[in-house]
Design a protein around this ligand. Sequence first.
Ligand code: F6P
Length: 541
Amino acid sequence: MGEDIWPRLAEYYEKTKDTPLVERFNQDKERFRHFSVPLDDMLLDYSKTSLDEASRELLLELAQTQGLEDKRDAMFKGERVNRTEDRAALHTALRNRSDEPVFVDNTDVMPCIHATLKRMAEFSDGIRNGTIAAYDGAAFTDVVNIGIGGSDLGPAMATRALSPYRDGPRMHFVSNVDGAEISDLLEQLNPKRTLFIIASKTFTTIETMTNAATAKEWLSAGIEENAAEYFAAVSTAFEKTTDFGIPPDRVFGFEDWVGGRYSVWGPIGLSLMIAIGPEQFVEFLEGGHEMDQHFRTAPLKENMPVMLGLIGIWHNNICGYESRAVLPYDQRLARLPAYLQQLDMESNGKTVALNGKVVERHTGPIVWGEPGTNGQHAFYQLLHQGSRIIPCEFLVAAQSHEDKLPQHHQLLLASCLAQSEALMRGRTGEEVAEKLIVTGPTGEELDLTAHKAFPGNRPSTTLIYRKLTPRTLGRIIALYEHRVFVEGAIWGINSFDQWGVELGKELAACLLPLIGTETGCEEKGGSTLGLLQTIARLRRE
Ligand code: F6P
């Protein structure tokens, strides 16, 4: 299905790829309007890509023939779209702000979601106003979220993004099993005023459980009472949280139909809720829900997640670009690239389709990035003049929170717009023709023309929004979630499982007893054996 569209797209690209982007704007004075998607106070501009009317039509046809709309509706309806794990994927229910019921196996899950949200709000308020007191009777000053992957990246990214709204205790995140992270943090904390949230869907993840045990030991040494009293947990595994000693009224559950990387909207977002308060958290949910409604109802051509997904398909499968750079000109979105790496690469880094066959084309691209303007002084050289073309995804707010520093935001905006313009326009040799011949250190003449020229025609999109509020962040995250869904649906893969993370975990468990031992690891051949022996030798000497 849809197979004949791929070659048509490729053929069309071959025919049109040499048309400069600037020329496309010359041909269509309304190109910005024709190739952008407005949505309330947000706008996605993709006019600086090589898409035109015809290629867009082909991509939209591809989406239709791949059954995108049916697949989308099946997800929202709670069907078991995560077929390899036999589950629904209903993160959208966590942010459902309508009265519409959502059924899983004939049961409406909304009452349960609302009840959990209410419990989270009561707990958050208690921590924030001090009625749920710390060991010494005062309010908690610090909260530490211990979790990894989806149990860390979502709340950590969002808490940072929404720091202007933080009016609760200080929030910290520990994810790495490297003892350096927790040890550096604990040094700064007072055990009598610290609350730990153990966030783990499975409550078995080795990194999280190791950090949780260390935190419990540290707390036990700092207070005379049962340390587990100063823990809360977010998990689907109640018997395990009970074994850890966490009081049941401090355990917040969710269902297996919420994937880890899609879980910030529910109890995994508890740390975010404590930081910004339940009202702002609800604003964040409202934003996510608004994007859901848009995704479900807007015609495909005017649908922001659909168009962002199709641009991804165009760049990846038709133009052959291997990666995409996420470049927030918004320092508080510093963790967005890391968050999107899990969302995108764990969801769509697959080669086997839902029908069991190997996918015939590339799937998920490499996602990476850094906030502008720092990136400009690091890797943008390669973006502008490197041998690879990397589509750039800029994000920028029209307004900042720093009213007293207007000149900073003016510069930030100018820099963002300048970069996409420079990538598109480039600069030819003729344009840099003056002052090109210089005298080298040994008196020879050097012609710098080629060095100073920019090829241009490098594609980018810009997502512009009024201000990074909780509602806007909710819309941005939901936008990217659905973009990942759109791409996965077109490739026919399951974006909701993650079997690819298992093998390394299994091998680590086997290797653990061999670390530092001199003997017994001979059956490990080659490099692993060599490395094990080197570790043992370096520890011994
Ligand atoms: O290793 C991958 C993963 O399973 C992610 O999908 C998940 O977000 C993370 O580990 C953490 O899992 P848990 O919440 O069960 O600790």
